[in-house]
Design a protein around this ligand. Structure first.
Ligand SMILES: C[S@@+](CC[C@H](N)C(=O)[O-])C[C@H]1O[C@@H](n2cnc3c(N)ncnc32)[C@H](O)[C@@H]1O
Length: 260
């Protein structure tokens, strides 16, 4: 288990603030409206695989009945605090078995942690097994081979009164042919002058759109690559439009109605 999602989990609201997920969650809601999973009077049942601290879900729960799966109990605790109405289940997204079906399965940035196609195949199978016929799978990896990742840096700093958390991530790719890359994370916490520094390296997966579409197709989905732009939901001005938002790809697959 990464320390980031274990002993540092209580810093998640400061490391990756829930507001930062509003526009992206808004674009997912827009997609659900467009594809008629929302807006028809029904409240879809949504399963998020790798829901982490529930920051995406926090912007969706007004419209969907959500279930969260994550491998980290500490992250699920954060998720439950933020989203008391969400059922939180500790499990691996590649093997979890819940004996019920959902209208929508979402796998957002947690999918970055699947580092080979065997794992991706199992996660896609999990999504398939938990969808009703006609249900929708949305998979939104942060990174694909379409964008160069080597050397990308992100920094952020947030406070909550007594704590100040400074965060930096750095991406590098030691072998551009192996479908993986590495993320170095540095976190500095300052609690009233008590300064601590953590660093950790995570291995993440990097797949081409063609790989995503092929794996979805092989499972039986009707796959599509859709470009979303982080934006407010169409008829609800809940999420602020992010002027700097760049379009990002998501891979969606509908489970055919006649699927066995
Ligand atoms: C970047 S965080 C997700 C944050 C989340 N989108 C949110 O809204 O707070 C990545 C999450 O993936 C989870 N994760 C990584 N591998 C997993 C797996 N095989 N099964 C389930 N969860 C996994 C980690 O425990 C972590 O909580």
């Amino acid at each position: 288990m990464h320390r980031f999602y274990d002993e540092l989990a209580d810093l998640w609201p400061l490391l990756s603030p829930v507001e930062d997920y509003a526009a992206e969650a808004g674009s997912i809601l827009n997609l659900l409206y467009e594809l008629r999973y929302l807006g028809n009077g029904a409240r879809p049942r949504l399963l998020e695989l790798g829901a982490g601290g529930g920051h995406t879900l926090a912007h969706l729960t007004e419209f969907v009945d959500a279930t969260a799966v994550d491998i980290s109990p500490a992250m699920l605790e954060q998720c439950g605090k933020l989203n008391p109405e969400v059922e939180c289940i500790e499990a691996d997204m590649c093997s979890v078995t819940l004996d019920r079906e959902f209208d929508v399965v979402l796998c957002h940035d947690a999918v970055d942690y699947l580092t080979d196609t065997g794992q991706v195949r199992r996660m896609i199978r999990t999504a398939w097994d938990h969808l009703r016929p006609g249900g929708l799978f949305i998979c939104a990896p942060t990174y694909t081979t379409e964008e160069p990742i080597d050397g990308q840096v992100e920094t952020d700093q947030n406070r909550d009164g007594h704590r100040c958390v400074t965060f930096m991530s750095y991406l590098y790719d030691p072998d551009v042919n192996d479908g993986r890359f590495r993320m170095v994370l540095v976190v500095i916490t300052d609690e009233a002058g008590q300064v601590k520094v953590f660093h950790e390296e995570h291995e993440l997966g990097l797949f081409s759109p063609k790989t995503w579409l092929t794996l979805l197709f092989k499972q039986g989905f009707q796959p599509q690559r859709i470009t979303l732009k982080a934006s407010p939901p169409r008829d609800l001005e809940r999420c602020e439009a992010d002027q700097d938002a760049v379009p990002y790809p998501v891979f969606v697959g509908m489970k055919p109605s006649a699927a066995m």
